[in-house]
Design a protein around this ligand. Structure first.
Ligand code: SF4
Ligand code: SF4
Length: 314
């Protein structure tokens, strides 16, 4: 597994970043034992970079990575935009990961320069945490081209976690080419860049080879986060990242049925999830939430809004 230094941070990361949303309670809800096996397989293959978030609620799963290999790189993020909120989320991460620092702490889903300025109180708190040694680098995640250009304007932000893939699915304000151009500018500015959703949240599974080639050929990406939910998927993705041929039996093993968003029948139709969906993929039908699978990018942000835990990817 190749590795790179993440921008100007000095942090060396494997080109493949283990996207952990998939193993946690919002998606496949693997047991701690199952997660440990999947994480151990990734570590065995040279993957040292793990991405999570406060809302993924899976720090207890990722603790296994630290127990097996204490110097793994962990990136986390939260929606907090106040100093108190971000400190509270960071403390939760430190406590639940069982570590006295996190490598990367990002503000989740920032939209533009204005959003970043509006959340500056949280960024100042993170700058202070970085000085104190509890965070090694800070940054943002974004689904928007304007989010990348916005982050470029602030030297305080070390890392950007943008969405890019072959067709641009999930980019809210532009094309893949426009996002690639923004990423190129960020790279020139010295930002560390690790992208997300190379397979469009499962929507590009039918163009898997072309999708892998597309992101792996973007030299500006230091690393690429990809969700994995089984040992076979780890082995498959590692082969793709390494440019190796995938054996037929492994190809067959990972070609499972497409994932889809599932809304349980106890949905009360409160509509809170609809407000969280930037893709406008949810509507109410007969008093219950219903998903338009053509629009849904399986980001799972809606599921967090549902206090009754009706929404899952299965
Ligand atoms: S997972 Fe939910 S929030 Fe995300 S695109 Fe699909 S319906 Fe919208
Ligand atoms: S938030 Fe939950 S209960 Fe409310 S409409 Fe969405 S799925 Fe249904």
């Amino acid at each position: 597994m190749k590795s790179k230094i993440l921008g100007n941070t000095g942090i060396r990361v494997s080109r493949m970043c283990f996207g952990s949303l998939t193993i946690g309670p919002l998606q496949k809800n693997k047991t701690l034992l199952e997660s440990r096996e999947i994480i151990a397989a990734a570590l065995d293959c040279g993957v040292n970079f793990f991405d999570t978030a406060d809302l993924y609620n899976n720090y207890d799963h990722l603790r296994a990575a630290i127990q097996i290999q204490p110097n793994v790189v962990i990136a986390t993020k939260s929606y907090d935009y106040t100093a108190a909120g971000v400190r509270s989320s960071l403390n939760r991460a430190l406590t639940e990961l069982g570590r006295d620092y996190v490598d990367l702490y990002l503000l989740h889903e920032q939209e533009s320069k204005k959003t970043i300025e509006g959340h500056w109180e949280a960024i100042e708190a993170l700058i202070a945490e970085k000085k104190a040694g509890t965070v090694r680098a800070i940054g943002i995640s974004t689904h928007r081209v304007e989010g990348v250009y916005g982050a470029n304007l602030f030297p305080e932000l070390d890392v950007i976690h943008p969405l890019i893939n072959l067709t641009g699915i999930g980019i809210e304000d532009g094309t893949a080419q426009e996002m690639a151009a923004a990423i190129h500018e960020a790279k020139k500015a010295g930002k560390g860049i690790y992208s997300m959703k190379p397979l469009g949240g499962g929507n590009l599974l039918s163009q898997k080879q072309a999708s892998f080639e597309y992101v792996l050929n973007i030299a500006d990406l230091d690393a690429i986060a990809i969700g994995v939910q089984s040992v076979n998927e780890v082995l498959y993705n590692v082969k793709k990242f390494n440019g190796e041929t995938v054996p037929d039996d492994l190809e067959d093993a990972v070609s499972s049925a497409p994932k889809k968003l599932h809304i349980s029948d106890w949905c009360t139709g409160c509509g809170k999830c609809l407000k969280r969906c930037n893709q406008l993929a949810l509507i109410l039908v007969n008093g219950k939430a219903s998903v338009d699978e053509k629009k849904c990018v399986l980001c799972c942000y809606c599921s967090v809004a549902c206090k009754d835990f009706c929404i899952k990817v299965i």
